[in-house]
Design a protein around this ligand. Structure first.
Ligand code: PHE
Length: 357
């Protein structure tokens, strides 16, 4: 009588269950699986050995073996999920961030909060004054071709007037000369070109923005600074409109006891041109060191648009006329808050900054 291949099945099953139970990591389970229920397991070996049995006996043994396999597989699945849970818990534990110490030692309350820079908030205030007067606000690029920064503004290459602006060059010559804009006036050109293209004249707009000059910073100059440009193109605009806008702006922004005056000057893109001065806010016009005892402080330039500029952008100077002005925002800040040295605006000394929070 031959012994059944399954004679030791009960013991073998118990051993397999013990092996499953002994698996202590997810990794170990994965490695052991082929030897427990897979191709290299005793269960598979036994399965093959059933081939030699009589059909009747084979069916019975097959069912018995199947039963044993289900028991071992079920145990293996339970162990798999136990180990998966354990692995996940371990991961969570190792990822945990203990903020207890941090909260106590690093966060002071009330935490100090920043605020917009004086230049940024002044720019907003200036925009608001002009918006109230019916102007729109426009933007332009800080990197300009020579044509926008100079030529279209009636300053041809090598013209001596270029000396008025110490220029940072980004690209020289071919295919074109590119500069960091030395003033906001090139934005006038973009605006007029756009209006011609869209047939959207007239223009009443202000254009604030950052400008660059190869200047050595001092108490009244920075190499990187801001201007706000104004442009009006309409029918029947005269110099009186320009003077009126400047005066209205001055009183609204600096107060009723500060006024403006225009003095003849030269800019290639305006004719006639003027320098625009306001009462010195430090001495209220009495005369002091800051205003060189004149009682006046120069804020910017202005004038009626030169016919050459109209020609460059394709506006008919017989139908339209206009004026432009441009002045420094840092200079406004300085006059409004009586700041002796403009460099304080970019030094980021918190003792200075805190005064304006
Ligand atoms: N762009 C001139 C400057 O920066 C100022 C100006 C603007 C003059 C508009 C006239 C008209 O010096």
């Amino acid at each position: 009588m031959t012994t059944s291949p399954l004679a030791n099945l009960a013991t073998q099953t118990t051993e397999l269950l013990a092996a499953v139970h002994a698996l202590s990591t997810f990794e170990a389970l994965r490695e052991a699986e082929p030897f427990i229920t897979g191709k290299r397991s005793i269960l598979s070996t036994l399965q093959k050995s059933l081939g030699g049995l009589e059909p009747e006996a084979r069916r019975a043994a097959g069912a018995q073996l199947q039963e044993a396999r289900r028991t071992v597989e079920a145990a293996l699945e339970i162990r798999r999920s136990e180990l998966a849970l354990a692995a996940r818990a371990e991961l969570l534990e190792s990822d945990r961030l203990d903020l207890g110490d941090v909260v106590v030692s690093a966060v002071r309350w009330p935490a100090s909060v920043g605020h917009p820079s004086l230049v940024a908030s002044t720019q907003r205030e200036l925009e608001d004054v002009f918006i109230a007067m019916g102007f729109t606000v426009s933007d332009g690029p800080e990197v300009e071709s020579d044509w926008y920064n100079f030529e279209a503004l009636n300053i041809p290459p090598a013209h001596p007037a270029r000396g008025m602006w110490d220029t940072f060059y980004v690209e020289m010559g071919e295919p074109e000369t590119v500069v960091l804009r030395t003033h906001t006036s090139p934005t006038q050109i973009h605006l007029m070109e756009g209006a011609v293209e869209n047939g959207s004249l007239p223009i009443h707009s202000v254009m604030p923005g950052r400008c660059y000059r190869r200047d050595t910073p001092d108490a009244r100059h920075l190499a990187t600074f801001h201007q706000i440009e104004g442009l009006v193109v309409d029918r029947g605009i005269t110099f009186a409109d320009l003077a009126g806008v400047i005066e209205t702006f001055t009183r609204k922004y600096f107060g009723p006891d500060i006024s403006s005056r225009l003095r003849p000057a030269f800019f290639p893109f305006t004719e006639p041109s003027a320098e625009f001065e306001i009462t010195c806010t430090i001495c209220r016009g009495e005369g002091c060191r800051t205003c060189s005892h004149t009682g006046w402080i120069e804020l910017g330039g202005c004038g009626m648009l030169d016919p050459a500029v109209f020609e460059a952008v394709g506006i008919d100077g017989d139908e339209w006329s206009g004026f432009a002005f441009g002045f420094g925002i840092e200079r406004c800040v300085q006059m409004r808050h009586q700041i002796a040295d403009m460099r304080a605006l970019i030094e980021n000394d918190v003792r200075f900054l805190r005064q304006f929070s």
